[in-house]
Design a protein around this ligand. Structure first.
Ligand SMILES: [Fe+2]
Ligand SMILES: [Fe+2]
Length: 211
C-alpha cells in the first residue's frame, strides 16, 4: 500500500496508545485485493479531507485503514458476531446485514487489534450509514468512503460533492446524503433511519450557524 507508506510520518502513531501502522496494515492483508485497493483510496481521500479541514490526520488514517475489516464477512456471520458482541440489531439490519459491517468491524478492531480510541471506533462503526452526533473523524471517513472514484457510477452526483468538499465538509456530506436518498427513493430502495438522523443534524447545525 504505497500511499500508506509514503504518507506515514513515523512508524509509530501515537493516539494515546501506540499503533504501528504497518502492523495494522498486516492485520488486514487477508482481505480481497479489490477491497484493499478501495481501502487504499479511502486512506488517501481521508488524509486529504482531514488536512483540509484541520482534523486529526492520524485518526483519519487509522480509521480509513481499518474501516472495512468486516466488509466481506457474510450476512449470517455478521448477525452471529453482532449477537456475540452484544450489538443492537434492528429488523431492517436483520434483513440487510451489510448495514452492520461497520459496527461489527469496529468491535473486531477494538477486540482483536487493541484499538481503543473512541473517535476511530465511532468512525468505523458508522461509516456506512452515518449517525446524528457524529464527530469530525467519523464525518471524514463517511465522506471519504463514498468519494472513492470507483463508486462514481453508483453515486453520479459525486463530482458535485467533491467540488463542495473543497470548501465545507458538512455541505458536501449533506449534498451526498440528499443525492443518495433521492436515488434510493427513485428506485424504491430502503433508507436507513440513521442516515436521516445524520442529515437532520447537519441541516440543523447549518441553519444554526446562519445569521
Ligand atoms: Fe464499508
Ligand atoms: Fe469502504
Amino acid at each position: 500500500m504505497d500511499s500508506l507508506i509514503k504518507m506515514a510520518p513515523t512508524k509509530k502513531v501515537n493516539l494515546g496508545m501506540s499503533y504501528d501502522i504497518y502492523d495494522l496494515r498486516g492485520k488486514i492483508s487477508h482481505l480481497p485485493k479489490g477491497l484493499l485497493e478501495h481501502i487504499d483510496r479511502v486512506v488517501d481521500i481521508s488524509l486529504e479531507l482531514a488536512q483540509r479541514f484541520d482534523i486529526d490526520p492520524e485518526k483519519a488514517r487509522v480509521s480509513a485503514l481499518l474501516h472495512d475489516v468486516a466488509r466481506v464477512t457474510r450476512g449470517p456471520e455478521l448477525l452471529k458476531l453482532a449477537k456475540e458482541f452484544g450489538l443492537p440489531v434492528t429488523l431492517l439490519e436483520e434483513r440487510l446485514p451489510i448495514f452492520i459491517h461497520g459496527p461489527v468491524g469496529a468491535e473486531m478492531v477494538r477486540r482483536d487489534m487493541g484499538v481503543r480510541d473512541g473517535e476511530i471506533l465511532e468512525a468505523i462503526r458508522y461509516h456506512t450509514i452515518g449517525r446524528g452526533g457524529m464527530g469530525p473523524v467519523a464525518r471524514v471517513l463517511y465522506l471519504a468512503d463514498k468519494l472513492d472514484p470507483a463508486k462514481d457510477a453508483r453515486y453520479p452526483f459525486n463530482p458535485e460533492v467533491r467540488g463542495l468538499a473543497r470548501n465545507d465538509l458538512a455541505t458536501a456530506i449533506l449534498a451526498f446524503i440528499d443525492g443518495d436518498i433521492a436515488s434510493n427513493l427513485a428506485r424504491g430502495r430502503l433508507v436507513h433511519p440513521s442516515t436521516i438522523e445524520f442529515r437532520n443534524q447537519l441541516l440543523t447545525e447549518m441553519k444554526a450557524s446562519c445569521p
